[in-house]
Write a protein of this length. Structure first.
Length: 538
């Protein structure tokens, strides 16, 4: 949820996600196993550029998808065969290419050091569009950059091919800024292939795509229950973020309750009303903001700072280039002040970078980034790398998509924006209860978060979860019950959720405030005094 008033002159808070191996996530100021991994990747980037290193990281990221979804078969020394049973297609590809199919529920990626091919399948009935309308909306934001638009035939299909190119990134070795879309339509399905490579290799890569498409066949999609495996392994971690000054400890079946308030001092009023201590405060900052010493005040108050960096410039309506400017290093000097300030706290600080990147209301979404999620991921990784290079081991990073993508296309699914396990500590969840609307009823907490919880636990299986921001309205049902269900169900039904941040403000016509009624406020007060709620740093 974007709100320009979130980063006024009022100082705010920093939030960073944490996870590590096994059931206990432990970090100390003297050991950071992430540091060596990133250094090794930097050496790889010197050879091939940042794209290949990104794709390798993504391919190594852990999911718990059923093994029956897909299959890779080696046909001979030159050719591999890939079958996606869930989506209903198969094809051959060069054995020199690597494959990332850890998120084959939404996309499969073929890649080498200088190119990638992302494959998605869109059922247009799911989005209430025609096949032509889906293709139109896919191409709409890249129209100014299109260089080729043609059709051709392969063995089984007619293919629409659209080429385009974006401006090259400055100072990036082996930038890959030439693209080709290939659309294959059959009935209600549009099989979408996006090729990305450099100018030198584009022609040869397109020839390989014709060969690949000539082998492409469709099949009846197989219905597969996706979450059985993860439900048998419901993660219930402890979180121990230990540092010299303050530490964050969240035992099993506990979670940290936090809040966003429009002005920083509002949190004291909530403390006084509940007779307890809210353990975390979140605030928003544009990416070009200097360090806010409010981080230190929060630490002194034993609250976990959660800083959300919006990928936009303060007081600017021209943010189309912010993501590419981040990759090119425009904001590195600004980040130095945050590096110094956060490091000196010697306490955990959470940092959330460009949340809701899969929503077209965000300036850092696909609409300003050439339909290329890689650009967001490279910008995110650039910021994380700066902190790690400076050994800021008390900063923890949250990756936080919206629960629903806009547009609701497979190529824009949240999984497409994941920067890789090495660069993420917590997975953020965002789903607001805005009450009944056209075609929707008032949803309970479980209706909003149960399926999302299992999907995220399956898709990002090595990471703890947190609710990065959420809230509910009164209209349509019982908000006080919704609040109590949240406090009761997170530690019992959803124990991998280790923190939750309530958005305590109105948003347009939606009153999300805790005090929207006395009943809701009292429910929050009751929940805050449950023993499973963590209310303080140690």
């Amino acid at each position: 949820m974007m709100n320009k008033n979130r980063f006024g002159p009022i100082p705010f808070i920093l939030l960073v996600g944490v996870l590590f191996f096994g059931c206990i996530y432990f970090f100390s100021k003297d050991s950071n196993p992430k540091q060596n991994v990133i250094t090794k990747h930097e050496k790889q980037e010197n050879l091939y550029g940042p794209h290949y290193s990104l794709w390798k990281d993504e391919a190594k990221s852990k999911s718990l998808n059923p093994e029956s979804i897909d299959k890779v078969i080696k046909l001979n020394d030159k050719t591999n065969h890939y079958e996606n049973h869930l989506k209903g297609y198969n094809l051959n590809y060069p054995s020199t290419w690597e494959i990332d199919h850890h998120q084959a529920t939404h996309y499969t990626r073929l890649f080498s050091k200088n190119l990638r091919v992302d494959i998605t399948v869109q059922n247009v009935e799911d989005i209430s569009l025609s096949t032509q309308a889906y293709i139109y909306h896919t191409l709409n934001t890249i129209k100014p950059y299109i260089t080729v638009d043609k059709t051709f035939n392969v063995s089984n299909f007619q293919v629409r091919n659209v080429d385009y190119k974006r401006p090259a990134l400055k100072g990036i070795h082996n930038d890959l800024n030439h693209y080709s879309y290939y659309f294959v339509t059959q009935g209600k399905y549009v099989y979408t292939f996006q090729l990305k490579t450099n100018e030198k290799l584009h022609k040869a890569a397109k020839q390989k795509m014709v060969t690949l498409l000539d082998s492409f066949k469709t099949a009846q999609p197989t219905s597969i229950e996706l979450n059985t495996k993860v439900k048998n392994k419901n993660s219930n971690p402890e979180v121990n973020l230990n540092h010299n000054n303050k530490s964050l400890v969240i035992p099993k079946n506990h979670f940290l309750m936090g809040i966003y308030t429009p002005t920083s001092l509002d949190i004291n009023e909530i403390d006084a009303f509940t007779g307890n201590h809210v353990g975390s405060q979140m605030f928003y900052k544009p990416i070009n903001s200097e360090y806010d010493a409010y981080v230190e005040q929060l630490v002194q108050e034993n609250r976990l700072p959660v800083v959300t960096f919006l990928l936009e410039r303060a007081n600017s309506e021209h943010n189309e280039d912010v993501v590419t400017s981040m990759i090119e290093g425009e904001f590195d000097k600004t980040m130095e002040s945050w590096i110094s300030g956060i490091k000196q706290t010697q306490s955990p600080v959470f940092i959330r970078i460009g949340n809701e990147m899969n929503g077209n209301w965000s300036d850092w979404s696909h609409k300003n980034n050439f339909n290329d999620p890689d650009l967001y991921k490279l910008a995110y990784r650039h910021i994380v790398s700066i902190f790690k290079e400076n050994q800021v081991d008390n900063a923890y990073f949250i990756w936080n998509p919206n629960n629903v993508s806009a547009p609701l296309f497979e190529w824009n699914h949240a999984t497409m924006y994941y920067p890789g396990d090495t660069y993420v500590d917590f997975i953020g969840m965002t789903s607001y209860n805005f009450g009944p609307s056209a075609g929707n009823h008032y949803k309970s907490f479980d209706e909003m978060y149960e399926e999302l919880y299992w999907d995220y636990s399956r898709s990002y299986a090595s990471k703890p979860l947190m609710i990065g921001e959420f809230g509910a309205v009164e209209a349509g049902d019982n908000k006080s019950k919704w609040i109590l269900d949240m406090f009761n169900h997170i530690p019992t039904k959803y124990p991998n959720i280790k923190a939750a941040i309530w958005f305590d403000e109105t948003h347009g016509k939606f009153d999300l405030r805790i005090h929207s009624s006395m009943e809701s406020a009292n429910a929050f007060k009751q929940g805050m005094n449950k023993p499973e709620v963590i209310t303080s740093l140690k």
